[in-house]
Design a protein around this ligand. Structure first.
Ligand code: NDP
Length: 341
């Protein structure tokens, strides 16, 4: 078996060399044992690179939503896999699943509670790492459940061309909102405007004054902010929110590599403008998954929603693909192909 392991805990920006790829021998059989009653042996096909994995690369002290990755063990994360052998009556050989698996070619999964069986294979299988997987459900739950969107409202999304953002923007357009996104390159800004149908987009790296940039796109203010980056962007957004606006705090990627989080100065705007601000975690919404598929699959099939993926080939490319999220190297949903079947 080939595996990507974490060599040591990370502070600051993660590097490829924080991880390594190793080969180990493994019997391709589910072993005997009382803890193997629900076990399945899978071959991993696609692995998802997700920003929260950086948090797990830290030696976490104290309470946190996440656990640290154990050192010298394969990373775990979301992925798409094929069942090779099953002790679990819910799965049989040949089934396709998505959910938590290992960063390795073959995984023995004993905790099958966090897996979903893939029923629809007329769409690309890799979509189950993105639009039809965890990031897709994040966009769906975050936008419809947290933002209380209404037709005609003004929506702003940061890290807008990424796995979650591109979808939030398209949901908002389908609802009849005015949608603007920020991203970190011209290529991404072009995608937002020309491929995902945003009304406007800007490169935040080229704006000296984020407050002025937001005023340019939202002269009447922002009703809904879908927060992905935190820091200076959040500060500027707070100044531009409308009364009774909503902020869905999905993530704050600009803070993940800092030892000390940046200060946010304009918090009093939450009071002055009576802003509803709510953090959320997608795993509280996994029960929405069937409803989400009913909504999103037809949109994909009819071409009403499109999705851009950034596909790295081979397990060996995993570390570079993962750390690339933090310099914005990915264009669209970053995933790794381990095997095509
Ligand atoms: P993306 O596909 O958007 O990839 C990350 C992107 O973040 C990069 O491409 C880069 O884009 C941008 N970025 C990186 N560093 C910075 C920085 N310092 N400042 C501003 N932008 C930066 O990731 P996802 O769509 O998967 O995730 C987006 C956010 O949503 C993250 O914060 C993530 O943690 C969060 N999330 C939360 C979930 C939840 O349950 N609450 C579930 C899934 C994701 P650019 O070139 O535009 O800078």
């Amino acid at each position: 078996n080939k595996q990507v392991i974490l060599r040591e805990y990370v502070s600051g920006f993660p590097k490829e060399s924080d991880m390594s790829v190793r080969s180990v021998t493994m019997k391709l059989k589910v072993p005997e044992g009382s803890n193997m009653k629900k076990a399945i042996l899978v071959k991993n096909l696609y692995l998802s690179c997700d920003p929260y994995m950086r948090i797990r690369m830290t030696n976490i002290q104290g309470p946190n939503l996440f656990n640290s990755f154990p050192l010298s063990s394969p990373l775990t994360g979301f992925g798409v896999a094929k069942v090779l052998e099953s002790r679990n009556p819910e799965y049989k050989k040949g089934d396709l699943i998505w959910g938590t698996t290992g960063w390795e070619v073959y995984s023995l999964i004993t905790e099958t509670g966090a897996l979903f069986k893939i029923q629809h294979t007329d769409v690309p299988l890799s979509y189950y790492t993105g639009i039809l997987g965890m990031p897709g459900l994040t966009a769906f739950a975050g936008f419809y459940e947290i933002c209380s969107p209404k037709k005609g409202e003004y929506v702003f999304i940061s890290a807008a061309s990424g796995a979650v953002g591109q979808l939030v923007g398209q949901f908002a357009k389908l609802m009849g909102c005015y949608v603007v996104g920020s991203a970190g390159s011209k290529e991404k800004v072009d995608l937002l405007k020309n491929k995902f149908g945003f009304d406007g987009a800007f490169n935040y790296k080229e704006e000296n004054d984020l407050d002025a940039a937001l005023k340019r796109f939202f002269p009447e203010g922002i009703d809904i902010y879908f927060e992905h980056v935190g820091g200076k962007m959040l500060d500027a957004v707070l100044l531009n929110m409308r009364d009774h606006g909503r902020i869905a705090v999905c993530g704050m990627i600009s803070q993940y590599n800092l030892d000390q989080p940046e200060g946010v100065h304009n918090l009093m705007c939450i009071v002055y403008k009576r802003i509803h601000i709510k953090g959320f975690a997608v795993f509280d919404y996994f029960d929405l998954y069937p409803k989400f598929l009913d909504v999103v699959l037809p949109y994909i099939r009819q071409g009403k929603i499109v999705y851009v993926e950034d596909i790295a080939e081979g397990l060996e490319s995993g570390p570079a693909a993962l750390v690339g999220l933090f310099s914005g190297r990915n264009v669209g949903k970053q995933l790794v192909v381990v095997a095509h079947e």
